[in-house]
Design a protein around this ligand. Structure first.
Ligand code: ADE
Length: 239
């Protein structure tokens, strides 16, 4: 997968050199380039923003530098991702969609956002996804891009050592995962649940399923409400 990131703060993206994303880049599974939006300014001050039409607080990112950047980095097969608090929620399903794209371009907005015509114009040539990480406002899209890149790259074939991690984890099946434990069996007076040490794989699977349902009901009733009823069996209903 090829990824181009455009931002006024290219320094934000050094974490993408670390850990599994760094390894995926080194092995050639992932090719990431970060670009400074100010490359495509033409005035001495390298201005990227101006006051909003209609008034109001803050500044809006001007269209011309973004046009230069997107004309330079997009290709016929690009998908443009714009993190924004007004986007659609970024979910595991959205991560799966982005993971199938051969080329992702991320446009990082700052201030009050990017002039809407930039996105409208791009949408005449490529799919554009405005995505929000949640109902809160960040300073800009940079940190959101790092989050989205983690969620997407771990879905690319060959990036995770153990692909089973993907099927077992929280949100893979629309529920939260059960709690996990490792050695020692006793620690500060807390004990690992006996069932996990029983060696009985049937009982362990049953216990994990129950914990997963209880956790989801307690913490994310919205997820449980949207869970397909045909995926619940009689044990689940009892739990
Ligand atoms: N930029 C600013 N706030 C954001 C949010 N909540 N999600 C994604 N991008 C953002």
């Amino acid at each position: 997968m090829r990824v181009d990131i455009v931002s006024i703060f290219p320094e934000y993206f050094s974490p993408l050199e670390l850990s599994l994303i760094g390894k995926a880049r080194a092995s050639g599974l992932l090719d990431i380039a970060v670009h400074d939006l100010r490359t495509w300014t033409s005035d001495v001050h390298r201005t990227v923003d101006d006051t909003p039409y209609g008034g109001g607080p803050g500044m809006v990112m001007r269209p011309e530098p973004w046009a230069g950047a997107l004309d330079a980095v997009t290709r016929p097969d690009s998908l443009l991702v714009v993190p924004s608090p007004v986007g659609t929620p970024f979910t595991q399903a959205a991560a799966h969609e982005l993971a199938t794209a051969p080329h992702l371009v991320f446009a990082c907005g700052r201030y009050e956002g990017i002039d809407q015509r930039v996105l409208d114009d791009a949408a005449t040539r490529m799919p554009v996804r405005e995505v929000s990480l949640g109902d809160y406002v960040l300073f800009g899209g940079e940190v959101a891009v790092i989050v989205i890149m983690e969620a997407v790259t771990r879905l690319l074939p060959g990036v995770l050592g153990n692909a089973d991690s993907l099927t077992e984890e929280s949100h893979a099946a629309g529920l939260l995962e059960a709690p996990v434990y490792t050695k020692p069996a006793q620690w500060r007076g807390h004990e690992v649940p006996a069932v996990l040490r029983s060696g009985d794989h049937g009982r362990i699977a049953r216990w994990r399923r129950e914990q997963s349902l209880l956790r989801t009901a307690a913490r994310r009733p919205d997820l449980l409400a949207g869970y397909p009823p045909e995926r619940l069996d009689k044990h689940d209903r009892a739990a």
